[in-house]
Design a protein around this ligand. Structure first.
Ligand SMILES: [Zn+2]
Length: 367
């Protein structure tokens, strides 16, 4: 095995990635080396790589790529549970293991959290990014075994490269206690998070899924996934709260998953909150930035909650792999558009066109 490899790197924020030949990462005793088969390309990626957001980019030039899946090519001497040839998804969430949150077993709250191949949440995230400096748009990358999701044969690498956004939706549905017989509304149902949330809610046993979105063609496609369980409403057509109540015997939904993101209108979220059942919960995963007008008294008297959720645990990733193995999470509904490593900038341009949540855009570094 050559000690050199190809990797797409960000040299300058806002400019295209450059495919360089660099040293393969050194394998530490506690880590594994993955030969990357596929890495996801997500809507937010261009904004992050522009360097204009609050996130802290790794030192440049940086090997990037967030959601990688592939085959284990080598294992460090201290690794016991994985072997060469195992198929895995690499959860890029990095936590420090030592901060107050990590010591309380809350790695999702880590004070130095970062995403391998993407960015750090805080200036001090630099140390976790330095420990795992290679992203998924590379032929090889290293990872710690506790971040690996084992992939059954039934889950393709291109499908697993969607696990980041799927997992974000899954964790939100779990935070919203979605299960057998749940009534769920999904705001932004036509996007990457929304389509994933729909597929997962179907698998988790939700019986009424009420989707809100703009693109009518994609709304129709969402509804066609399970016409007896899914209804959709085009945003702007009428009052969301009224419609949600009409669909739920006047009660409202148990859970609202709000996927509306940067640039979306908060008024739709405010309207949808009026369609929550008493005791219900709204979980935001879209990173809505516009100020949201709420009436706190309704949160009090109706005992409703508004909460945020970001990313997911490796354990939740493993649950999704198991759901996909038996088909209750039906990933065959997604259309994959795969690009070779040399086409990484075309893949990033493609995702900018917002092709809709059914389109799964990936880069295959080995191709
Ligand atoms: Zn920590």
């Amino acid at each position: 095995m050559s000690t050199r490899m190809r990797a797409a790197r960000l040299h300058s924020p806002g400019e295209g990635l450059i495919v360089d030949t660099i040293d393969r990462p050194e394998l530490r005793a506690g880590d594994i080396l993955v030969r990357v088969a596929s890495c996801g390309v997500i809507p937010n990626m261009n904004a992050i790589f522009s360097g204009s957001l609050w996130n802290h980019l790794p030192p440049l030039p940086a090997s990037v790529g967030l959601d990688a899946a592939g085959t284990i090519a080598a294992v460090g001497g201290d690794v016991v549970d994985f072997k060469i040839g195992d198929r895995v998804y690499v959860n890029p969430w990095l936590s420090c293991g030592a901060c107050s949150y990590c010591r309380a077993h809350e790695p999702m709250l880590c004070s130095a959290a970062g995403f391998q191949g993407y960015f750090g949440f805080f200036p001090q995230s630099r140390r976790v990014l330095d420990a795992y400096p290679i992203g998924g748009f590379s032929e090889y990358m290293t990872a710690a075994p506790n971040r690996l999701v084992r992939l059954p044969e039934e889950v393709g690498f291109d499908q697993a490269a969607r696990f980041g956004y799927l997992g974000t939706s899954f964790a939100a549905l779990r935070a919203g206690a979605v299960g057998a017989g749940s009534w769920v509304a999904i705001n932004g149902v036509t996007g990457t998070l929304g389509v994933g949330a729909t597929l997962l809610a179907l698998g988790m046993g939700a019986t009424r899924i009420l989707g809100l979105g703009r693109n009518r063609a994609v709304l129709d496609r969402v509804r066609a996934l399970a016409p007896n369980r899914i209804s959709t409403l085009a945003l702007g057509e009428r009052s969301i709260a009224e419609w949600l109540r009409e669909q739920t015997e006047g009660l409202g939904v148990d859970t609202l998953i709000d996927c509306s993101g940067r640039g979306a209108e908060a008024s739709h979220t405010a309207d949808a909150l009026g369609g929550l059942k008493r005791g219900g919960v709204c979980v935001n995963i879209g990173a809505l930035t516009e100020k949201l007008a709420i009436e706190p008294i309704k949160f009090m008297t109706n005992r409703i909650r508004f909460q945020g959720s970001n990313w997911f645990t490796t354990g939740e990733g493993q649950l999704m792999a198991e759901m996909a193995r038996v088909g209750v999470l039906d990933l065959s509904k997604l259309d994959t558009e795969a690009f070779p490593l040399d086409g990484v900038n075309e893949a990033l341009a493609r995702v900018k066109q917002r092709p809709g949540g059914f389109t799964n855009i990936v880069v295959n570094p080995g191709r």
